[in-house]
Design a protein around this ligand. Structure first.
Ligand SMILES: [Zn+2]
Length: 362
């Protein structure tokens, strides 16, 4: 027990030294600002509006995570996962928040940052923040712990994570202790797994859920009533297709649910990196390569069209075979459905265009 304790002390000391060397360049803040001319992203005070494309923003974010990783020993994908989670939760709900111009989307409330009993809720002094048990730390080396400074925010997150340990399980506990929200903890673990697996931040790219052709049909039926199970609106799109037709993942994601549901029958739920839950219902069966927690890619076979559902496990044939496809967006506390029809059309058209272009080349 004692050696474990000593280890932590040593590691924390090492952390401080490493952070000082890597982030502060050994000779003060001038080195960090000097990087501006060389085209490197500036750790201190990077703003989203200083980059011209989303790819540049992504590259700058990745670099920031990697710098912070080098300084603290925390893998870059854990910073990325926390940041991504906060960004997907903050989207649209607070468009004017300063976090929208910052490189990261992590927002820490004044009470948490400065300490709940700190009389100065706008405190940026590392010493008094620390005295009041606040979360805020100085990661940029300017002597201030500023909740609007990305380096300070990430370094503060690192400081919290390091109190728990290195393993994925330690990370889960640290995240749980910070958010006290099981969904947040689950999302952040899923995002970390996706980022780690693919080694990149950009996980955009989609596929239509069925193989293209003229064997399926679908219409926009958002919000129309349904006959079974009481007053529920229809949250999704029904794609009518022959029994046994391949069902494909529409996105990069992670399998969150798999199994029987009274309405959906054999269904599968996939979480993407934008915190959207893709729901595929009434399947005839699952591809055997797909289990809960597995990573999937756009176009990957996940199961087959069927007519399962609306009864006890195994119920089939109460309606014509079709794929019910729905998308839900997580907003932190609640999750709500939005109409997938426009996206389905968009993905289908895009895939048709890509196929045409391929044919032209050959
Ligand atoms: Zn449906």
């Amino acid at each position: 027990m004692l050696s474990l304790f000593q280890n932590i002390i040593i590691r924390r000391t090492m952390l401080c030294l490493c952070a000082a060397v890597i982030l502060w360049g050994g000779c003060g803040i001038s080195d960090i600002t000097a990087a501006q001319g060389s085209g490197l992203p500036v750790v201190n005070n990077s703003r989203v509006d200083s980059y011209s494309s989303s790819a540049d923003i992504g590259a700058a974010r990745k670099e920031l995570y990697e710098q912070m990783s080098a300084a603290t020993g925390i893998p870059w994908f854990r910073f990325a996962a926390v940041d991504q989670y906060e960004r997907t939760i903050a989207k649209k709900s607070k468009p004017d928040s300063p976090a929208t111009t910052r490189l990261t989307g992590i927002t820490i409330t004044p009470a948490v940052w400065s300490g709940p009993l700190n009389p100065n809720q706008g405190d940026t002094s590392p010493a008094s923040i620390s005295f009041f048990g606040g979360f805020g730390r100085d990661g940029s080396g300017d002597g201030l712990a500023d909740p609007e400074n990305d380096a300070d925010v990430l370094y503060s997150v690192a400081n919290h994570l390091l109190q728990y340990g290195d393993s994925a399980n330690d990370f889960s506990i640290a995240i749980w202790e910070y958010y006290h929200n099981g969904r947040a903890a689950q999302r952040i673990n899923q995002f970390a797994k996706l980022f780690e697996h693919f080694g990149r931040l950009d996980l955009s790219g989609n596929a239509f859920p069925l193989p293209l052709g003229n064997l399926y049909s679908y219409r926009s039926t958002w919000g129309t009533g349904r006959s079974w199970g009481g007053a529920r609106i229809h949250e999704g799109t029904d794609l009518f297709a022959p029994q046994g037709m391949t069902v494909r993942s529409t996105c990069y994601g992670i399998v969150e649910t798999k199994g029987w549901n009274r309405y959906g029958g054999w269904r599968i739920g996939i979480r993407d990196i934008e915190n959207r839950y893709h729901y595929y219902a009434h399947l005839a069966g699952y591809d055997k390569s797909v289990s809960r927690g597995d990573i999937v890619t756009p176009g990957q076979t996940i199961g087959w069209v069927g007519s399962s559902g609306y009864g006890n496990p195994g119920t089939q044939g109460k309606f014509p075979p079709h794929l019910h496809y729905g998308i839900y967006r997580d907003r932190g506390i609640i999750e709500w459905a939005f109409d997938p029809y426009p996206l389905l059309k968009q993905w289908e058209n895009k895939e048709y265009k890509a196929l045409k272009n391929k044919k032209k080349v050959h």
